[in-house]
Design a protein. Structure first.
Length: 134
């Protein structure tokens, strides 16, 4: 199930099927002024990316239904979502998955075990600032 919680100006789509982890990141991001949309599966992630045009997407790889790599590939193939920065946020850290994610268009690959909610806000701010015209 997808949820939307609009409270800030920068829109983040957080895609993960782990409710506790999603809540931890969502609460922190909202407290720091972000609008947060969450999806628990690949299908919802794709639909929300099209409907909501988030400023950044944090995407887990191990999702029910359509997996994260296929979601990433479909996001990059669709004109409306091709330019949205996607950061893979996963427990998987195998070099081949990192390489494949980056090859498919992920801007970064973060390992959940080494990523705090503060890291997400810093990453989001940096990615968004890179997208703004000079």
């Amino acid at each position: 199930m997808a949820t939307a919680e609009v409270t800030g100006t920068l829109r983040v789509l957080l895609v993960d099927d782990d409710d506790q982890l999603t809540d931890m990141y969502r609460i922190y991001l909202i407290a720091h002024g972000y609008s947060v949309i969450t999806a628990r599966c690949g299908e919802d992630a794709l639909a929300l990316a099209l409907e909501e045009s988030p400023d950044v997407i944090f995407l887990d790889l191990g999702l029910p239904g359509i997996g994260g790599l296929e979601v990433l590939e479909r996001l990059r193939a669709h004109a409306a979502t091709a330019a949205i920065p996607v950061v893979v946020l996963s427990n998987y850290s195998e070099p081949q998955l990192v390489a494949q994610s980056l090859r498919l268009g992920a801007r970064e690959f973060l390992v959940k075990a080494h990523t705090t909610p503060a890291d997400l806000t810093a990453t989001t701010l940096r990615l968004i600032s890179e997208e703004l015209p000079a």
